[in-house]
Design a protein around this ligand. Structure first.
Ligand code: COA
Length: 146
């Protein structure tokens, strides 16, 4: 599939509805609903989306202090659109926006480190805290009771 020519990149949510985002986090143990994901993206400082004629096919979001650091919570491309450079394009757009900042941080599984190293990122140790009972409203309703 030559999908690249059909992909449009946008950086606002004005035309985005919950249905456009449904199924984007399909690989998650507890997937976000479309409405939940829209809430997450609306609360982010910046968001970049890739869409074709039918749907949003990928996105990346960022949270930042506006001058020193930016953090990237999420990057997702629909499985049907993997390998079309959509993920790389989203990362590059994000990194270009923060090119004058000191740092851009994100967490990923070890298997994804080679993907991010392509953009000059380095492996570091990190710490996280997770409240497994929190933010249940953003998950799909059929999963939130688990
Ligand atoms: C990781 C992800 C965003 C990559 O998006 P994508 O659009 O399929 O990737 P691209 O087409 O831009 O890939 C560019 C290159 O990176 C490589 N790559 C893609 N995913 C990779 C991975 N998981 N590990 C190592 N390399 C990877 C590709 O093989 C390609 O290599 P090539 O230039 O030699 O052909 C996508 O696979 C995805 O959404 N995965 C599920 C969610 C996820 O893991 N998100 C990241 C959370 S931190």
């Amino acid at each position: 599939m030559d999908g690249m020519a059909d992909i449009e990149y946008i950086d606002d949510l004005a035309q985005i509805r919950p249905d456009d985002l449904e199924g984007l986090c399909a690989g998650w143990r507890k997937p976000l609903s479309g409405a939940g994901l829209l809430k997450v993206l609306q609360g982010s400082d910046r968001v970049w989306l890739a869409r074709d004629r039918l749907a949003v096919v990928g996105f990346i979001n960022a949270i930042s202090d506006g001058c020193l650091m930016a953090f990237v919570p999420l990057l997702e491309v629909r499985a049907s659109h993997h390998g079309l450079r959509i993920g790389s394009t989203l990362v590059r757009k994000m990194m270009h926006t923060y090119r004058d900042f000191y740092g851009i941080d994100l967490l990923c599984d070890p298997s994804l480190c080679p993907f991010y190293e392509r953009f000059g990122m380095s492996r570091v140790a990190g710490m996280v805290y997770r409240n497994r009972d929190a933010a249940m409203l953003v998950f799909r309703s059929e999963d939130s009771a688990r």
